[in-house]
Design a protein around this ligand. Structure first.
Ligand code: ADP
Ligand code: MG
Length: 263
């Protein structure tokens, strides 16, 4: 593996050698209102190193708002987001440092359309993180290779398929060497035949131990790849469980009802 991330800690290895280090991110009693509309209601969960948490739920249940609050693209109305146990303050420096550790991949890719694939990757690591040109080039090429997009460094986004654009967006996020990657429906804007290539990149990252939170409608992916699946409905976390449990033996009627739509 060319990743620096720790190998996924298996249960057996955990018993033998794992030193408990506490959650990377802790969401504590998070609430978010837009005016009178309460979109997130008392959301709490922990994200540990190596976790791959998939968030599922109907459109409008608050999934994107939750990711946006975690990444401080939205300001929570109340509650806390802790990063390695420390509450995030609202000053720009702290938030920027946090954002460089917690990357985000969007449904609509958010690539710069006037820039090449390579420059899109460089934008974060060279321009924002201010790493040297040599280092930035090396790391961008490493991750473009990883997602199979190295042959397209000189292409502009309009020359690429949706699946290719999303793989470039993932490489760009990885080049920032984040500790956590957040994905908001990364395959929802793709033609069906391109969903697989993006999911397989994400599956590989999961196997290599990258800590991720993935909002998705791909139920088979959530069941097979997540270490925990969270079902959200109407601004609440209804169920947060290992995927075997949540998909095969859901505790809540609302979870069963939601899952039955995919059968
Ligand atoms: P999901 O991602 O699960 O589809 P969202 O988090 O996008 O859900 O939205 C949850 C609710 O919050 C929706 O009712 C949506 O209309 C509302 N909402 C989201 N963003 C805003 C905003 N910036 N201003 C007002 N309402 C918003
Ligand atoms: Mg959404």
């Amino acid at each position: 593996s060319i990743f620096k991330f720790n190998e996924r800690v298996t249960t057996e290895a955990k018993d033998a050698t794992y030193e408990f280090r506490g959650p990377v991110i802790s969401v504590r009693n998070l609430e978010k209102k837009f005016g009178e509309h309460e979109v997130l209601k008392d959301i709490s969960f922990d994200l540990f190193e190596g976790d791959v948490v998939c968030i599922i739920g109907s459109s409008g249940s608050g999934k994107s708002t939750l990711l946006r609050c975690i990444n401080h693209l939205e300001t929570p109305t109340s509650g806390q987001i802790l990063y390695h146990g420390y509450p995030l303050t609202k000053d720009a420096q702290t938030i920027n440092r946090f954002r460089s550790q917690v990357g985000m991949v969007f449904q609509q890719f958010n690539l710069f359309n006037n820039m090449t694939v390579f420059d899109n990757c460089m934008a974060g690591v060279h321009k924002v993180k201010k790493r040297s040109k040599e280092y930035s080039t090396e790391i961008c090429m490493k991750y473009l290779e990883k997602v199979g997009m190295a042959p397209y460094v000189k292409a502009k986004p309009h020359q690429l398929s949706g699946g290719m654009k999303q793989r470039v967006a993932i490489a760009r996020a990885l080049a920032m060497e984040p500790e956590v990657l957040l994905f908001d429906e990364p395959t929802s804007a793709l033609d069906p035949e391109m969903v697989g290539e993006v999911l397989s990149v994400m599956k590989q990252l999961a196997n290599e131990g990258l800590t991720m939170v993935i909002v998705t409608h791909e139920m088979a992916f959530a069941r097979d790849v997540s270490t925990r699946t969270i079902f959200m409905d109407k601004g609440y976390i209804v169920e947060d469980a290992p995927p075997q449990e949540l998909f095969n033996n859901p505790k809540e009627a609302r979870t069963r009802e939601f899952l039955s739509r995919f059968m």
